[in-house]
Design a protein around this ligand. Structure first.
Ligand SMILES: *Cc1c(COP(=O)(O)O)cnc(C)c1O
Length: 374
């Protein structure tokens, strides 16, 4: 049996009529850039978050650095995040001209560890950049408290957490901007690239809108800007898919619960930790080999048996060849948890359109490997 890692085409087939209807509407309208479909999706996406504004941009990386820019963050400034995330979290800080400061992650959730943040704050610190890693919210209440005390911005990297909630807080409620990616493999994915900034801050909304469109608010008038728009074709796909996101996230939670129930007695792996009271939407279901030397063995075993497992992220950002670009990065304090996560992580197939047979086969093979280790 082969278990794929993604179900993009299955998802398209399941709601083909709804997607095709929106695509047809865009194609027949003749408005393909900054048209009515983009406007419609931006309104729907802001409403989904219970936020005032949503601005469509070219991708998740742009959503991040355009937000930094809109908040006045640039050269000489520092943004605090953690290194066991996708490269783009830090890349966006660098594109804005600022310095990425890495602190350790929480040993259980793998999100940023709030107790490590204050020691990393300097007079140059401008923003905290938590990542809702794997689809589980970072501890936003603790992060907001630190930000208020030190007068810092909070920019949420929410490329992985659309639809997630914390215990008593929603995404967007405790931050200055929420940055989302719509690349196809994310929980809400278009047929290509896309991104958005969600905010309640009128100035962030206005400035990102201007920056994404050549610095233009009024026809023919331009200030400093770029080209990073969300095309109406993508807005049409996303508008159709947004209606299903909660039901899809529930399916991810269902498959995750089955993995967790059936793998709980395995001796050689650690299962993902879901914080009580949080609504984890399992963008990824990431287990860890208890011993780093077992990671490759398990990964190879699964792949050899047809299960397309992967790693997120086996090379942490500070371990990348490109690091540190110029002098724009620094590690504050030891980061053993982030390095353990990078050394031990394995992502099992996780998408809503999985079948029970596929999930059970993945469980069977994982347990089979676990027994060979003893
Ligand atoms: C995917 C992702 C991004 C970047 O999104 P793109 O749309 O690929 O630019 C940023 N941060 C995290 C955590 C991601 O997973």
């Amino acid at each position: 049996m082969n278990v794929p890692f993604y179900g993009h085409v299955r998802q398209y087939h399941n709601i083909k009529a709804e997607i095709d209807k929106n695509l047809n509407e865009v194609l027949e309208s003749g408005s393909y850039v900054m048209g009515p479909m983009l406007k419609r999706f931006e309104k729907e996406f802001a409403d989904y978050h219970g936020a005032k504004y949503a601005v469509g941009v070219g991708n998740g990386t742009d959503a991040l650095w355009l937000s930094f820019m809109a908040l006045g963050i640039g050269p000489g400034d520092e943004c605090i995040t953690h290194p066991n995330t996708f490269f783009a979290t830090a890349e966006a800080i660098w594109i804005a001209g600022a310095t990425a400061v890495f602190v350790d992650s929480d040993p259980k959730t793998n999100c940023i560890d709030p107790s490590k943040i204050e020691a990393a704050i300097t007079p140059k610190t401008k923003a905290l950049v938590p990542v809702h890693l794997y689809g589980q919210c970072a501890d936003m209440k603790a992060i907001r408290k630190i930000a208020d005390k030190h007068k810092l911005f909070v920019v949420e990297d929410n490329a992985q957490g659309i639809g997630a909630r914390g215990d008593g807080f929603k995404i967007g409620e405790l931050s200055d901007a929420v940055c989302t990616s719509f690349i196809i493999q994310k929980n809400l994915g278009t047929f290509g690239d896309g991104g958005a900034v969600v905010t309640n801050n009128e100035s962030v909304d206005r400035v990102v809108r201007r920056l994404r469109n050549h610095g233009s608010e009024k026809r023919s008038c331009h200030s400093y800007g770029f080209n990073s728009r969300l095309d109406d074709i993508h807005a049409g796909v996303l508008s159709a898919k947004l209606k299903h996101i909660d039901e899809w996230n529930d399916l991810r939670r269902k498959w995750s619960a089955r993995y967790t129930a059936c793998l709980k007695d395995a001796q050689n792996i650690t299962l993902p930790y879901a914080v009580p009271g949080y609504h984890h939407i399992f963008h990824l279901y990431v287990i860890e080999a208890k011993r780093p030397e077992h990671r490759k063995a398990l990964l190879d075993f699964l792949v050899k048996n047809g299960v397309d497992a992967k790693c997120h992220y086996d090379i942490a950002i500070h371990q990348q060849e490109g690091y540190p670009w110029g002098k724009q990065a620094r590690i504050a304090g030891p980061i053993p948890n982030a390095e353990r996560n990078a050394a031990c992580c394995i992502s099992l197939p996780m998408f809503p359109e999985l079948t029970q047979e596929e999930v059970d086969y993945t469980i069977l093979k994982t347990l089979e490997w676990d027994r060979t280790v003893g």
